[in-house]
Design a protein around this ligand. Structure first.
Ligand code: IMP
Length: 179
C-alpha cells in the first residue's frame, strides 16, 4: 500500500492548528482550574505532537502519561478490535484525567480506552481530539473538545502517519494517490 505513489495536499496549516490549540486550551484550563495535578494521557503514537503543544498552552500543573491502543496497523482501514499495547505508568484513581487523541474516526479506540480508564475510577475523565471525522462514526462517542471536524479523507502530519511516515509534517495534509 505504501509503495503506491502519493502526494500530500495541505488541509490545515500549522498556523491554524496553533490558533485552534490556543483556543482549546483556554476552555480546558477553565474546566480543570483548581485541579491539584491533572493527568494528561496521550494515545500513542498519533497524539505525540498535539499533546506536546497542548500541555505547553495549558498553564496548569500536569502529569503526562501515555497509553497505546492498536488501531490501523499499516493499512488505511480501522479495525474494530482494540487492544491495549502499552498501559499507563501511573494510577488514575481519584484523579482528574484528560485523554488526548489525534483523530476520532469510527470511535472504537476512544470508546474502548474510556471504558478501561473509567473502570479505574478517576474523579473526572474528559477527552480532547485534534480531528474528528463524524461521517465515519460507528460508536456513539464524541470528544469533549475537538480541534477540527474533517471530511472522510485520509490525513497525515502533525503526529499522524500513513504507514509510519509523514508524522513530522508541521501541518495536516490529505493523502492523494497519483496512480
Ligand atoms: P477509530 O478507532 O476508528 O476512531 O480510530 C482512531 C485511530 O485511527 C486514530 O487514533 C488514528 O491513529 C487512526 N486514524 C484514523 N483516521 C486516520 C487518518 O486519516 N490518518 C491516519 N490515521 C488515522
Amino acid at each position: 500500500m505504501s509503495e503506491r505513489p502519493y502526494v500530500i495536499d495541505e488541509m490545515i496549516s500549522a498556523k491554524a492548528i496553533a490558533a485552534r490549540i490556543e483556543a482549546l486550551s483556554r476552555e480546558i484550563r477553565a474546566e480543570f482550574k483548581g485541579t491539584d495535578k491533572l493527568v494528561v494521557v496521550g494515545l500513542l503514537r498519533g497524539s505525540f505532537v498535539f499533546i506536546a503543544d497542548l500541555v505547553r498552552e495549558l498553564d496548569l500543573p500536569v502529569e503526562v502519561d501515555f497509553l497505546e491502543a492498536s488501531s490501523y496497523g499499516n493499512a488505511m482501514e480501522s479495525s474494530r478490535e482494540v487492544r491495549i499495547l502499552k498501559d499507563l505508568r501511573g494510577e488514575i484513581e481519584g484523579r482528574d484525567v484528560l485523554v488526548v487523541e489525534d483523530i476520532v474516526d469510527t470511535g472504537h479506540t476512544l470508546t474502548h480506552v474510556l471504558h478501561l480508564l473509567q473502570s479505574r475510577h478517576p474523579a473526572k475523565l474528559k477527552t480532547a481530539a485534534l480531528l474528528d471525522k463524524p461521517s465515519r462514526r460507528e460508536a456513539d462517542i464524541k470528544a469533549d473538545w475537538t480541534g477540527f471536524e474533517i471530511p472522510d479523507e485520509f490525513v497525515v502530519g502533525y503526529g499522524i502517519d500513513f504507514a509510519q511516515r509523514n508524522r513530522n509534517l508541521p501541518f495536516i495534509g490529505k493523502v492523494r494517490f497519483t496512480e
